[in-house]
Design a protein around this ligand. Structure first.
Ligand code: ADP
Length: 235
């Protein structure tokens, strides 16, 4: 199970890049299979909060949202991480490439995932999505406005909610503003000097399709190509 951990600020474009990476890898696997006419060497999995049905609110530690005992135990977020961990582990095998799309903002959590990959003697890599705080905030604010407009038009018994959608097909749920601010504050940047955050690849918002493909090709090389190293659990 080569594991690619996608990480970045909330609403910084992680899912967009994770889907692009998924499509790129799917193409590579199909091309390799066509040339060998055998069964595909790899299976591909994209795991995220959305695929696991995890709501944005599980990350919310603001006192208004949660009673004190829940806040101190941070239980909902721990449960969410356990669900993601279980989903990753379930598909572990040397033939399965897993793209884990999410905040993945706690370095201890990335360390845990790195160890899991190592136990499976399979490579891991981190893809950081770089985006300014202002840009990421504006994406969340647009989603908040969209949700408000949809709620208002529904309240006015306007059955045509498309009016509130402005023709934009971004239907993802926003984060509550305090939750979003708090996640940015808690974000632990990957450090390529540590084993668990390396190799570290970065894509920024402005990177175009050609630059993205270039980075995806380098990731492929590390997890499935020539540069793939033999992983030993005790190293
Ligand atoms: P996240 O997964 O971090 O919450 P998304 O991938 O859902 O973020 O992206 C948030 C919004 O920003 C989406 O509407 C998406 O289409 C847009 N977006 C993401 N990345 C880019 C980019 N590099 N250039 C332009 N728009 C982008």
């Amino acid at each position: 199970m080569p594991l690619i951990i996608v990480t970045g600020l909330p609403t910084s474009g992680k899912s967009t890049r994770a889907k692009q990476l998924h499509d790129f890898f799917a193409e590579r696997i199909a091309a390799n299979t066509a040339s060998t006419t055998s069964t595909p060497k790899y299976r591909l999995h994209l795991i995220s909060d959305q695929t696991q049905g995890i709501q944005r609110a599980v990350y919310d530690l603001s006192p208004a949202e949660l009673p004190a005992h829940v806040r101190s135990a941070n239980a909902s977020e721990k449960d969410a991480r356990a669900a993601l961990y279980g989903a990753v582990k379930r598909v572990l095998s040397p033939r399965d490439i897993v793209i884990l799309d999410g905040l993945n903002y706690i370095k201890g959590w990335r360390y845990q995932l790195f160890c899991e990959a190592k136990n499976m003697r399979t490579p891991s890599a981190v893809l950081q999505i770089g985006c300014t705080v202002d840009r990421a905030r504006s994406v969340n604010e647009a989603r908040l406005k969209r949700r408000e407009a949809v709620a208002t038009s529904a309240a006015a018994e306007n059955t045509n909610n498309d009016d509130a959608n402005d023709g934009d097909d971004d239907n993802e749920e926003p984060y509550a503003p305090a939750n979003w601010d708090n996640l940015v504050f808690r974000y632990e940047e990957p450090n390529p000097m540590t084993r668990w955050d390396s190799p570290l690849f970065t894509l920024i918002w402005e990177d175009d399709a050609a630059q993205a493909r270039d980075v995806f090709a380098k990731i492929w090389d590390v997890v499935a190509g020539e540069a793939r190293k033999v992983v030993r659990p005790n190293q």
